[in-house]
Design a protein around this ligand. Sequence first.
Ligand code: ADE
Ligand code: ZN
Length: 336
Amino acid sequence: MTDLDNFIAGLPKAELHLHIEGSLEPELMFALAERNGVAIPFASVEDVRAAYDFSNLQDFLDIYYAGANVLLTRADFHDLAMAYFQRAAADGVVHAELMFDPQTHTDRGVPFEEVIEGLLSAMAVAEAEYGITSALILSFLRHLSEEAAFATLAMAGPWLDRIAAVGLDSSEVGHPPSKFARVFAAARQKGLKITAHAGEEGPPEYVYEALDLLHVERIDHGNRALENPALIERLASEGMTLTVCPLSNLKLCVVSDLTDHPVDKMLALGLKATINSDDPAYFGGYVADNYRAVAKARGLSRNDLVQLARNSFTGSFLPPEAILANIEKLDAYAAG
Ligand code: ADE
Ligand code: ZN
């Protein structure tokens, strides 16, 4: 490990864009398949990894939803989240905001309660064992209907005080934020915070819709906002957080090479970029791997890395006092 690798591992950071189902490593997929008697279309762990060769978002989503079939009980969701928190702790994560896709599970007959209680119990252990605070983001699948999203929001009713925000993920093109304007308005009325994937594969117009129709407090990805100077100006002046995912962008061909990754351009434009892993088991690295890969490819300075970590706290859904406490930790670390 170089000095920079060590600096990144120790850098206190928040992870704001992490799909917990996307942290399902092939080894755990096999273990859960066996535990639950679920058949999977792979002969070995190597076979699974070999299938992770994607040309676009949909290629990945097809495999990601198939992998999630092994998750059935609250113990499975607990084990899945604990495996993530263990990696996060080693990566200097002190706060994580976990997206979960209830519809991927409830549509297979897994009760919402099993999913969320398994995640919540792991979150409690993570705080006690690793000192990692965490929050949940309930994400609606955008390839499904708004009516289905409303049904999911209703299912979440008894747990609303344990859910920080709602999000929007899955196949972006053809499923604009406008399709979900009413369900996001209902979620806002319930006091939930709002985020949405926009501008990963979809055009800048989808980012405008996320801002104007969903009233997002963060944009997940946002890469294609860079195509529109007026949008850049607006995102910068509003201090909108972008949850950028470099290794995801590489694996899903959003960028053709990490040396072309725009994260430092975003910072230079005054955009509040953060670094995240998205679906680490599928994209070849956890959050510190993402910092390292993009730092090397783009020659980021320690100041850039500290700025990205600072943005991860100020862009989080933590209360102001917790943000301040984390920033103090970060400043003390950066001062050496
Ligand atoms: N679901 C899991 N990862 C995703 C991504 N990067 N984009 C859209 N939906 C997702
Ligand atoms: Zn994502």
